[in-house]
Design a protein around this ligand. Structure first.
Ligand SMILES: Cc1cc2nc3c(=O)[nH]c(=O)nc-3n(C[C@H](O)[C@H](O)[C@H](O)COP(=O)(O)OP(=O)(O)OC[C@H]3O[C@@H](n4cnc5c(N)ncnc54)[C@H](O)[C@@H]3O)c2cc1C
Ligand code: SF4
Length: 518
């Protein structure tokens, strides 16, 4: 079967789903191919055992590490992609992230575009994904052309107390940007019920601003947009010259289908987009499609992250904990010459989730110990920038499977950020010796965050010798192929990547819209 579309988009997550949304009103025929299905609404959505212990929503994929050892990547194949499970912390990169930054382990390269180029698209992304925030509190944030579309999500009493104590200690705590549909002025009419099951869980009441709810679902009735679920794209075919994609090969319901389109935009996630290109080698592209530069799959980044629990005598009754951020160490300071990173909150600990996260602690601690720990903990997430290193890369084997080779960078900066957190906790009554790292799994060869914040396998740039995509995210070597997901990042900064992927999809969407209008 062959069907022709104006635009074919592969993957319906932050990049692909948003691109479909941006193109829908063009009236052009858009085909959205998604390998997963809709994520079911069921009580398990909010059950820590199902989500964290049983990994109910994690794909059954097998990837391989540098030694060829199989592992199950923490990836999520659903309409909406990884955003179905994300924490909806929707940060802009800081202006400095778009320039060159000197780090302990090397240079974070400059982007070919500036913060000013992205600013209008960040504003549009925040409007679309209903981001709640309060401009002007975080000294590292860039200039804005408009305020946040929604007021910041308020701190609950314990977090307000910590925020006040940090401010008294000379720090600059700010209200973190959150993509949840919470209307605090009219709670009775609010879609979001402000629960504790946000970070890492699907939203049972469809109140999280994820790519399915915000971008894809509103298109389901659009006559010019077709969504095919269970449609895994396995290969892109090209013409003899190798300049154009002529067929998108799909495995669906056990059969093979081929679709054609004037424009093909892949957005399968940084690892899977690289996989698709590498598995689409032809005579004209012997190292994989668009890979004359040998850059496809390289520079895989994901952040150097730590989850940390701080304990105090006081109980922490906070329900929705993700309201606070601290960027005092995001850029070099007078005491430290490198950028150490961002501190934010993670979802509130509970005994069940801690059991999933921390098998070693569970083994040592009986149930009551874990429950008590969870009740008194305040939970932080530390993010340090991870550098683009050519040797950190996705490759595929003869059967097309993903192999991920990765060594972390900037461990010194990550250690520094941890020390800074311990210092600032002295201002909050949570002494340094009551702080412990929650996630033993972070020490695994490819830790969970390795897939959650994946980026950088097809970086954009102006030089075809060192980049895969041009500044419109079109492959240098093909006339009709775009890559829209986080693959395009030349560096990853130290804030969560989704808003940048969304803003970029809107930016590239406008470019494609103009291109197909003629
Ligand atoms: C638990 C968790 C928490 C997170 N929290 C945050 C957060 O708070 N803030 C933030 O900014 N980011 C967060 N992230 C990261 C964020 O979700 C991702 O950066 C973002 O979704 C990436 O967008 P993408 O378009 O690149 O990929 P995805 O959103 O993953 O979309 C890729 C899509 O492609 C589909 N696909 C893959 N292969 C194929 C194929 N061959 N054929 C067809 N379809 C295919 C997948 O099923 C998926 O739907 C989190 C991620 C996770 C997992
Ligand atoms: S806090 Fe709101 S958006 Fe998040 S899971 Fe709960 S109801 Fe959904």
């Amino acid at each position: 079967m062959t069907e022709h579309y104006d635009v074919i988009i592969v993957g319906s997550g932050a990049g692909g789903g948003t691109l479909a949304h941006a193109l829908a009103s063009s009236g052009k025929r858009v085909l959205l191919l998604e390998r997963g299905d809709f994520l079911p609404r069921e009580m398990d959505n909010w059950d820590p055992k199902s989500v964290f212990v049983d990994g109910k929503y994690i794909s059954k994929d097998t990837w391989y590490d540098r030694d060829g050892k199989a592992f199950q990547p923490q990836v999520h194949y659903f309409v909406g992609g990884a955003t179905k499970l994300y924490g909806a912390a929707l940060y802009r990169l800081r202006p400095a992230d778009f320039g060159e930054l000197k780090h302990a382990d090397g240079i974070s390269p400059a982007w070919p575009l500036t913060y000013a180029d992205f600013e209008p698209w960040y504003s549009a992304a925040e409007r679309l994904y209903q981001v709640h925030g309060n401009a002007g509190e975080d000294p590292t944030e860039g200039p804005r052309s408009e305020p946040y579309p929604w007021p910041a999500v308020s701190h609950e009493p314990r977090l307000q107390q910590i925020s006040d104590q940090l401010a008294t200690g000379g720090y600059h705590p700010f209200h973190a940007p959150c993509g949840i549909m919470l209307n605090e002025a009219h709670r009775a009419a609010s879609t979001c019920i402000r629960c504790t099951w946000c970070d890492g869980y699907p939203c049972l009441v469809h109140a999280k601003a994820d790519a399915e709810i915000i971008a894809v679902r509103p298109l389901l009735e659009a006559p010019n947009v077709t969504l095919l679920t269970g449609a895994e794209v396995t290969k892109l075919e090209t013409d003899d010259s190798g300049r154009a994609v002529t067929g998108v090969v799909v495995s669906r319901d056990g059969g093979r289908e081929v679709y054609t389109g004037d424009i093909i935009a892949i957005s399968a996630g940084a690892a899977n987009s690289a996989k698709l290109l590498l598995n689409s080698a032809t005579d004209a592209h012997p190292n994989g499609l668009a890979n004359g530069s040998d850059q496809v799959g390289r520079n895989y980044m994901f952040h150097n992250c730590k989850a940390v629990a701080a304990l105090s005598k006081e109980k922490n009754d906070t329900v929705y904990q993700k309201t606070l951020g601290i960027n005092d160490f995001y850029l070099p300071t007078k005491d430290y010459e490198y950028p150490a990173g961002n501190i934010q909150m993670v979802g509130k600990s509970n005994a069940e989730a801690m059991r999933g996260e921390q098998p070693q602690l569970t083994w040592f601690a009986p149930e009551w110990g874990l429950t008590d720990t969870a009740k008194h903990s305040v939970d932080f997430w530390l993010t340090t920038e991870d550098l683009p290193v050519p040797e950190n890369r996705v490759t595929t084997d003869k059967d097309g499977n993903v192999h991920l080779t990765y060594s972390p960078t900037n461990a010194e900066e990550a250690g520094r950020l941890y020390e800074e957190l311990k210092k600032i906790l002295n201002h909050t009554g949570m002494a340094a010796h009551h702080v412990f790292r929650k996630n033993f799994y972070m020490d695994m060869a490819i830790p969970i965050a390795g897939c959650a914040h994946q980026a950088g396998t097809c970086r954009f740039g102006t030089d075809p010798a060192t980049s895969v995509l041009d500044t419109n995210c079109k492959a240098h070597e093909l006339d009709n192929l775009y890559v829209i997901d986080t693959s395009f990042f030349p560096s990853i900064g130290a804030v969560n990547p989704a808003l940048t992927a969304i803003a970029n999809a809107l930016r590239v969407g406008e470019h494609i819209r103009q291109r197909i209008a003629s």
